[in-house]
Design a protein around this ligand. Structure first.
Ligand code: HEM
Length: 401
């Protein structure tokens, strides 16, 4: 029997163990209305099969204007700029046009060419870190690595990268709406200025390429370029940092796994990363969608116009899809995990994220094979509905404690 009472999900229990809290909800039924910590409510989809279906079902849309009757659509402002121009927040045909413009920069082949640059960044971040006192791996390695990679890809100068990391952390964390809007405004003002600089002095990075495309007659406004750069920054670094951190956290709790991966060949390491993606699910809940009509889930109706979130974490731990799902199991068949989403919005940066994680773990384990925890585990999770992350992860690089 499905229990449809609104469920208090995001409580202390959730932050202690999101998978247990989500598991209970999934047991109770396929969709639930839950309160969001920052206010408001959303429906949450918990089962693997439904999660996959929702992400490829055109009845679930990103732009909520599409859920309104035709005659009212033009009269609502929609998502404020520059968010409104992000492909992640749009449906076809706008989404299709924007995605086509950047997809070439993220093909497996283009991404593979970035490997030497990523190896250099990883090695230089580890150089000079103390081996015998706790180092916060999140701040020293997991965050700056993908930030540097995406900034390089876009053409953001090195000296501005710390500011990016901070703006984006504030925007993703539940730090309150005022702080988040302020960070959003700072980042978009910075990017507007950067686009002007690139117009005057183009380079061979992505922002210049997008400017060139728009000057060749494609319909790409300055706001759309800013939105694209912002999306890539936000989508590309916190997530990858979380994947790296969750892999290391798992190894700190299981030195045999650490030793095994330190000695692993590329295939085994890549397989481990897929299991870290499934088991840790860096994006716990995929960003919002809206129901454009009433949709029935096993007798529970999500009404037209309702906000809907897909819990990728719940789906990736659904025992109907993965046996013994809460256990990290090296070598299991992870095919079909939903950590990168599914359907039209499937993660554009999936190959890049996989490569960054592989290089990050390989470089770390080569340099510090005896790495251990620098504090009691588990460490506290960040209070973010979207990312399944740790605020900090102290490690002793040379081991012992
Ligand atoms: C979309 C996960 C890394 C760029 C998504 C979505 C997920 C996801 C679940 C779908 C969201 C939805 O359907 O609402 C992840 C994870 C990552 C990661 C777990 C790291 C482990 C990256 C990187 C980049 C990136 C490195 C780029 C540099 C994007 C973009 C979208 C997206 C642009 C929107 C695609 C669209 O709307 O068509 N990602 N991502 N992601 N991701 Fe990632």
């Amino acid at each position: 029997m499905t229990d449809v009472a609104p469920a208090p999900l995001f409580t202390d229990d959730y932050w202690r163990d999101p998978f247990a809290a989500l598991g209970e909800l999934r047991e109770r039924g396929p969709v639930h209305e839950v309160d969001l910590p920052e206010g408001g409510r959303t429906w949450l989809v918990t089962r693997y099969a439904d999660a996959r279906a929702v992400m490829s079902d055109p009845r679930f849309v990103k732009d909520f204007r599409n859920t309104l009757p035709e005659e009212q659509r033009a009269s609502v402002p929609g998502i404020p700029s520059p968010g409104g121009e992000m492909m992640l927040l749009n449906d076809p045909p706008v989404h299709t046009r924007l995605r086509k413009l950047v997809v070439k920069a993220f093909t497996v082949r283009r991404v593979a060419a970035l490997r030497p640059g990523i190896e250099t960044i990883a090695a230089s971040l580890l150089t000079g870190l103390p081996g015998d006192e706790p180092v916060d791996l999140v701040a020293a390695y997991a965050i700056p690595l993908p930030t540097a990679v995406i900034c390089e890809l876009l053409g953001v100068p090195v000296e501005d990268q710390d500011a990016f990391g901070e703006w984006s952390r504030v925007m993703i964390d539940d730090t309150g709406e005022a702080a988040s809007m302020q960070a959003n405004a700072s980042m978009s003002a910075y990017l507007a200025e950067l686009v002007e600089r690139k117009r005057a002095e183009p380079d061979d990075a992505l922002i210049s390429a997008l400017i060139e495309v728009s000057e060749e007659g494609e319909q790409l406004s300055t706001n759309e370029i800013i939105a694209m750069a912002m999306l890539l920054l936000i989508a590309g670094h916190e997530t990858t940092a979380t994947l790296i951190t969750s892999a290391v956290e798992r190894m700190l709790r299981d030195p045999a796994l650490r030793d095994r991966l330190a000695a692993a060949d590329s295939d085994e390491l890549r397989a481990a990363i897929e299991e870290f993606l499934r088991w840790g699910t860096p994006i716990a809940q995929a960003p919002l969608r809206f129901a454009s009509e009433d949709v029935d889930f096993d007798g529970v109706v999500v009404p037209r116009g309702a906000m809907v979130m897909v819990s990728l974490a719940a789906a990736n731990h659904d025992p109907a899809r993965f046996e013994d799902p809460d256990t990290y199991e090296q070598g299991r068949d992870t095919t079909g995990h939903l950590a990168f989403g599914h359907g039209l919005h499937f993660c554009l940066g999936a190959s890049l994220a996989r490569l960054e994680a592989e290089v990050a773990l390989r470089t770390l384990l080569d340099r510090f094979p005896a790495l251990t925890a620098g504090t009691d585990l588990p460490v506290e999770r960040r209070r973010s509905v979207l990312v399944n992350a740790w605020a900090r992860l102290p490690v002793l690089l040379d081991g012992e404690r």
